[in-house]
Ligand binder design. Structure first.
Ligand SMILES: NC(=O)c1ccc[n+]([C@@H]2O[C@H](COP(=O)([O-])OP(=O)(O)OC[C@H]3O[C@@H](n4cnc5c(N)ncnc54)[C@H](OP(=O)(O)O)[C@@H]3O)[C@@H](O)[C@H]2O)c1
Length: 425
């Protein structure tokens, strides 16, 4: 469907974006993830009785870490198996699949088995990723690809909140360390109950990942001309629609929307009034071909694409309401596979690439928390490929406060991952 608004007067030259100033909006709390150094743990003893008679499953990394860790655990009394996947009940689960060379994404496929292990009375859970020990923040395109373990931290945080009886650790490691050293670090974490859920190990250094308060965004401003074109995935009403309206109001650009609904008449008068044009494309954002088709169609029509905003989302059953593997997968893939498909389809002229989500890492279900974490992690990968601004924004703000704050973040920010809330912490 194509809706063309009444022609507007076009002033000579420059009506360029952005309009919003880079001050923090009143009441908006902006936080960004930062790697912080923690005290190292002592090297674990060679033997002991801490795990006497307990069953441990180590999902094999194929590089010797599982064997070294199995040996250590056995010397502390545990019965250990190292299968390629979770294959039965256990007291302790150490998931090393993300450390395999050339590993595929561990999530969402691993979620079902982890959930089953939890239901079977798990007491220790370690989910390992191999993003260098600094959570992908220093990924330069070489060793330490954060993609296979993306999302595990968000999942671990949710599990830790919902299962306080379980020692949960999302452990990011540097796979250049020896299997023996890595096994000792994992063992030391298993023996340390009182520690943050998210830990990184790089050489002898131990890190945490904290959300720290940050001032208003302060990067170089991004200009969006009035003949610019922005693609937004998501709804006609909520945050995405409101952001489309803010974009159209401030720049007068062309708006392209994508959702699953087969036919959609764009009824938002204000959007039609301010945007140079508004078009709707039906398609599933999880399908890379559908996304590519939409992007090609936009290039055929406008010969450019300046920005992408991925707002498409599925609501998730809340904790206690039962998160089934199916719903985890749907929520996760809508956000993560959708974002990956968009990033893949993006051309070199893309000025910005933004992924929006609720700040569910702190209070939502496992699927949304894992998806948000995965996108925050993958931002470091997308930044390697896309030259323009890359932003993953989690927010609990409603559309009235959230849309201007997000626009400010896109236009003036340079942080790849921000969390915007309205509460003072
Ligand atoms: N609204 C708020 O107050 C608010 C506040 C804070 C954060 N957020 C976050 O901001 C993001 C966007 O929010 P929103 O309010 O715009 O969401 P929304 O109104 O719930 O819209 C989400 C839309 O995503 C589309 N969608 C779902 N699966 C899709 C798929 N596979 N392919 C293509 N489109 C798909 C759906 O459109 P179809 O029905 O056409 O498929 C749906 O209308 C969400 O992650 C949300 O958590 C929202």
């Amino acid at each position: 469907r194509y809706a063309r608004p009444a022609p507007r007067p076009r002033g000579a030259g420059a009506q360029v974006w952005p309009r919003p100033e880079p001050q923090a909006a009143a009441g908006v709390v902006r936080r960004v993830p930062r790697v912080v150094e923690l005290d190292p743990l002592p090297v674990p003893p060679e033997s002991g009785t801490a795990f006497a008679g307990l069953r441990f499953l180590i999902v094999d990394d194929g590089c010797g870490i599982a064997l070294e860790l199995g040996d250590l655990l056995e010397r502390h009394g545990a019965q250990v198996r190292t299968p390629p996947d979770v294959d039965g009940p256990c007291d302790g689960l150490v998931h090393l699949a993300a450390l395999r060379p050339g590993a595929a994404s561990v999530l969402p496929p691993a979620f079902g088995a982890i959930r089953q292990a939890l239901a079977g009375g798990l007491r220790w859970l370690v989910l390992a990723s191999g993003a260098g020990g600094t959570f992908g923040h220093r990924f330069d395109g070489g060793v330490g690809d954060p993609a296979p373990g993306a999302g595990l931290r968000g999942l671990a945080r949710t599990i830790a909140r919902e299962h306080p009886e379980v020692l949960v650790r999302a452990l990011d490691v540097d796979t250049k360390d020896t299997p023996r050293a890595l096994a000792q670090r994992i063992m030391a974490e298993l023996l340390t109950a009182d520690a943050p859920v998210v830990i990184g190990h790089e050489g002898g250094l131990r890190y945490g990942l904290e959300l720290v308060p940050s001032g208003p965004p302060g990067g170089a401003p991004l200009n969006l001309a009035r003949d610019a074109v922005v693609l937004l995935t998501g709804g006609e009403r909520g945050m995405t629609a409101r952001l489309a309206l803010e974009l159209a109001r401030t720049s007068g650009c062309h708006i392209e929307l994508m959702g699953r609904t087969p036919e959609r008449e764009i009824r938002v008068d204000a959007l039609l009034e301010h945007a140079a044009s508004v078009r709707y494309h039906a398609g599933d954002v999880r399908d890379p071909r559908a996304v590519r088709d939409v992007v090609e169609n936009i290039y055929l029509t406008h010969r450019r694409l300046d920005g992408m905003i991925h707002g498409a989302a599925l609501a998730e059953p809340r904790p206690g309401g039962g998160t089934t593997p199916g719903s985890f997968e749907d929520v996760y893939l809508t956000k993560v596979a959708g974002a990956c498909a968009l990033a893949q389809a993006a051309g070199p002229d893309l000025g910005f690439f933004a992924v929006l989500s609720g700040a569910d890492g702190e209070r939502g279900g496992a699927g949304a928390a894992a998806a948000n974490d995965a996108c925050g992690t993958l931002a470091h990968v997308w930044r390697r490929r896309l030259r323009g601004r890359v932003l993953v924004a989690e927010t609990l703000l409603g559309p009235d406060a959230g849309a201007p704050a997000l626009l400010r973040e896109i236009t003036h920010g340079d942080e790849p991952h921000v969390v915007l809330t309205g509460e003072v912490r």
